[in-house]
Write a protein that binds this ligand. Structure first.
Ligand code: DGY
Length: 329
């Protein structure tokens, strides 16, 4: 009998077909967001699971799903997975890095530009019928070219954003990260490491790209925002919870910074109600990696990992982007 796997959310049909060649596949074509007890019920008897960045895989779930051997996510962020707990139980975990880097960086840059140049705010004005004449200072925002770009978190996506800023827009780039890039990479990106306070003080446009963890919870709150220029913008494409959304809403309302671009939110899909009322914030529903080719590549990478983890396909036994490959040793 073929092993059974679960695909937690609706995905492209050919993704399902790739898995059906080797496994009994349970799908969720209605795309229901299962509660944790529902997820556990669907996981009974499953050797592997294809997840996204939102299903929590924790100790309690692992204890209730003893047959589970592989958890393969199509997201790069894996703060929803307790990797040490999986490792302790011999469960292979993979995420989906690299394939979304450039698409996510494109979107981060677009969101930063939309905030700086007041694009959605002015579009709402036009659509409302309020536009009756051209005006010298209407929706005059901040320049992006030549302004100082600040990148908080300098992993793959941070570096791709820095490259866009430095090479495409002539922006001096500052960054802060726990570990510094080597000198050659810094030189290629035209990026300079600074401490967090300097980054906040000196950036014209701050883009946040750090992974979420207990250590990065509210990494940017009222005290940090207070250090920023009143003309600055803040863009978060990382994870909800890294920015204190209530503090940010207050700062935007009081014009302590000029504008923000947010693709991720604390407690999403709920959004802090005050953010919804403010004109100087661009809000998008966690779509930074959502180009069709990239979402397909992310899903295919999760399948590559699931096949390999469960011992089939050309990469059998060697999932390409395993986070704990040692469990298969
Ligand atoms: C990721 O891949 O982490 C994106 O945020 C989608 O979840």
């Amino acid at each position: 009998m073929k092993p059974a796997v679960l695909i937690c959310r609706a995905v492209f049909p050919d993704i399902i077909d790739r898995l059906r060649e080797h496994f009994e596949v349970e799908t969720n074509e209605a795309d229901v967001v299962w509660t944790q007890p529902e997820l556990i019920a669907h996981l009974q008897g499953k050797a592997g699971v294809f997840i996204t960045g939102t299903q929590p895989i924790d100790t309690a779930l692992l204890a209730d799903c003893p047959e589970l051997r592989a958890v393969c996510s199509m997201a790069v962020g894996y703060n929803n997975i307790d990797v040490p707990a999986c490792t302790a139980r011999g469960v292979l975990v993979s995420n989906a890095p690299d394939v979304l880097t450039e698409t996510t960086a494109d979107f981060g840059f677009a969101l930063m530009m939309a905030a700086a140049r007041r694009i959605t705010e002015s579009e709402h004005f036009l659509r409302s019928g309020a536009w009756t004449k051209w005006t010298v200072n209407a929706f005059a925002g901040a320049d992006v070219h030549g302004a100082t770009l600040g990148v908080l978190g300098m992993g793959r996506i941070g570096q791709a954003i820095a490259r866009r800023g430095a090479l495409g827009f002539g922006m001096p780039v500052l960054y802060h990260n726990r570990s510094r890039l080597d000198a050659a990479t810094e030189a290629a990106l035209g990026a300079r490491w600074v401490d967090k306070e300097t980054l906040l003080r000196d950036s014209d446009h701050l883009v946040i790209v750090v992974p979420y963890s207990a250590a990065s919870h509210h990494l940017v709150g009222a005290a940090e925002i207070a250090l920023m220029k009143t003309s600055a913008t803040l863009t978060n494409i990382a994870r909800g919870g890294i920015v204190d959304d209530a503090a940010l809403a207050r700062a935007l309302r009081e014009h302590r910074i000029a504008a923000a671009g947010l693709d991720v939110f604390e407690g999403e899909p709920a959004v802090h109600p005050e953010l919804l009322t403010l004109p100087n914030v661009v809000l998008t529903p966690h779509i930074a990696s959502a180009s069709l080719p990239t979402r397909r590549a992310m899903a295919n990478l999760a399948v590559d990992n699931l096949l390999a983890a469960l011992g089939v396909g050309p990469q059998k036994g060697k999932p390409p982007t395993a986070l704990n490959p040692g469990v298969l040793a």
